[in-house]
Design a protein around this ligand. Structure first.
Ligand SMILES: [Fe+2]
Ligand SMILES: [Fe+2]
Length: 393
C-alpha cells in the first residue's frame, strides 16, 4: 500500500485518480472474514472501481432470489398482520405536505442544516477561508448531498421491498410488504420533489451506498436481503433522517421527515420480526456467524465511508487531500450526531435478532459501539415514540 507521504508527493491529477482505488482495496481487505470478503468484493469492484452508479442511465442488476407462492393464504404471523393493519391506517399522501412553503437553501434564517453542522474553523487551519456566503452555500451543498443520498437509498429500498415481498415465506409478511412497497414509492416521490423543486440540485449516488445496494439486490438469500435492507440500510436511514429532523430549521422539510420517519419505524420493526426467529431457529451456527460478521462490516462501512466525497470533488479537490476532507467530515458535529442516532437504533436491533453474540461483542467494543447495546429495539418503539424521542433530545 502506498504511504501518505508517497501519495502526497504525487502530481495532483495522478493522486486524484488513484485514491479511489486505494480506498477500494482498503475496503475489501478491512474484513478478515473470507466469506464476507467474497460476498462483498464483486459489489466493491462494481461500485468503487467501475463506479457503475455514475455511468448514466440505466444501471441494471440481475436478481437471483426465489419467489415464494402460497395458494392457501394462511394467517401465519399475527404480529406481521397487526403491522399490516397499522401500515394501512398510517398511509398518507405526499401531495398533502406543505409544498407552498417557500424554501431558499441559502437563507440563514431557516437553514436546511445549521451552521454548526460542520466545523469551519478546522478548514481555516488548512488555509481555507470561506466567506459567509460560501459557508452558507457549502452547507446547502451538504444538505443537497444528504437528501440526494436519501433519495437514491429510497430507490434501493423500493426495489428491495418488492423483492423481499416476493421472497419471504410468511403470507402475512407478504401482505405487510405490499404496504412497504407503497411507502418506499412515496418516499422516492417526496424526496425527489423536494430536491427538484426546493433545492434545485441532485447529486449522483455515493459509491459506497451503491456497493451496499448492489450487494443486497443481487444476493440470492432472502434473509441477507432482509438484513441488508430492513436492518442496516433502514437503520442508516433512520439515523440520517433523525439527525436532519432534529437539526433542520426549514419547516417543510421537518414535516416531510416526520412523516417518513414514522413509516421507516414500521419497516425496521418488520425486519426484526422476520429475522429474529429465522436467525435463532433456522440457521446453523456457521451461517448465523457469517451474517453476524457481514452486519459488523456493513456497520463499519456505514460509519466510515459516507463522507460526502461528491461535495469534496466539487469544492475542494485542488485544496485538500481526500484524507484531510474525510477527517474534516468525520469530526464535524453534524456527522457525530448522525453516527450517534444511527447506532443508537441499529445496535439494539442487531442484539434483538441474535447478531450480537459474545464472539462479536469485542469488535463492537473496539469500534466504540457497545454503549448502544442495551437500548430499545424496533419492536419496542413506535413511530410516534421515535419522534417524541427526537423532539426531546
Ligand atoms: Fe423509505
Ligand atoms: Fe424503508
Amino acid at each position: 500500500m502506498l504511504s501518505d507521504k508517497v501519495l502526497n508527493n504525487l502530481p495532483h491529477e495522478i493522486r486524484r485518480r488513484i485514491e479511489p482505488y486505494i480506498e477500494a482495496v482498503q475496503l475489501m481487505t478491512a474484513t478478515n472474514n473470507a466469506k464476507v470478503l467474497r460476498s462483498m468484493a464483486p459489489s466493491g469492484v462494481r461500485g468503487l472501481i467501475l463506479q457503475r452508479g455514475k455511468q448514466g442511465v440505466p444501471t441494471t442488476m440481475p436478481s437471483h432470489h426465489r419467489v415464494y407462492f402460497d395458494w392457501t393464504y394462511p394467517n401465519d404471523h399475527p404480529e406481521m398482520r397487526e403491522l399490516y393493519t397499522r401500515a394501512k391506517e398510517g398511509q398518507w399522501n405526499g401531495d398533502d405536505l406543505p409544498w407552498d412553503i417557500d424554501v431558499d437553501p441559502e437563507n440563514p434564517e431557516k437553514p436546511i442544516i445549521p451552521r454548526h453542522f460542520m466545523e469551519y474553523d478546522a478548514l481555516r487551519s488548512k488555509g481555507i477561508r470561506l466567506t459567509d456566503l460560501e459557508e452558507r452555500r457549502l452547507n446547502a451543498s451538504a444538505a443537497s448531498w444528504m437528501l440526494s443520498q436519501f433519495l437514491h437509498g429510497e430507490q434501493g429500498a423500493l426495489f428491495a421491498a418488492a423483492q423481499v415481498t416476493e421472497a419471504v415465506q410468511f403470507f402475512d409478511g407478504k401482505l405487510y410488504g405490499s404496504t412497504q412497497v407503497v411507502d418506499e414509492g412515496r418516499h422516492v416521490e417526496v424526496f425527489y420533489r423536494y430536491l427538484d423543486s426546493k433545492m434545485n440540485k441532485l447529486y449522483q449516488i455515493n459509491d459506497n451506498l451503491f456497493v451496499i445496494i448492489d450487494a443486497l439486490i443481487q444476493d440470492s438469500r432472502w434473509d441477507v436481503k432482509f438484513l441488508g435492507m430492513q436492518i442496516m440500510v433502514e437503520g442508516l436511514a433512520l439515523g440520517a433522517f433523525g439527525t436532519l429532523y432534529q437539526m433542520t430549521g426549514e419547516p417543510m422539510l421537518k414535516e416531510l421527515l416526520k412523516m417518513v420517519i414514522q413509516d421507516e419505524a414500521r419497516h425496521v420493526h418488520y425486519g426484526v420480526l422476520a429475522l429474529r426467529d429465522h436467525f435463532r431457529n433456522e440457521l446453523s451456527e456457521s451461517e448465523r456467524r457469517e451474517r453476524e460478521d457481514w452486519a459488523f462490516e456493513v456497520a463499519l462501512l456505514m460509519r466510515n465511508r459516507f463522507l460526502m466525497y461528491e461535495v469534496y470533488e466539487e469544492w475542494f479537490e485542488h485544496k485538500l487531500t481526500r484524507k484531510e476532507w474525510a477527517q474534516f467530515v468525520t469530526d464535524s458535529p453534524g456527522f457525530a450526531l448522525f453516527r450517534e442516532v444511527m447506532f443508537k437504533r441499529l445496535v439494539p436491533n442487531l442484539r434483538e435478532i441474535g447478531l450480537l453474540s459474545d464472539r462479536i461483542k469485542p469488535h463492537y467494543q473496539r469500534a466504540g459501539l457497545m454503549q448502544y447495546a442495551d437500548g430499545q429495539s424496533a419492536t419496542q418503539l413506535s413511530g410516534d415514540q421515535l419522534i417524541a424521542d427526537l423532539d426531546a433530545a
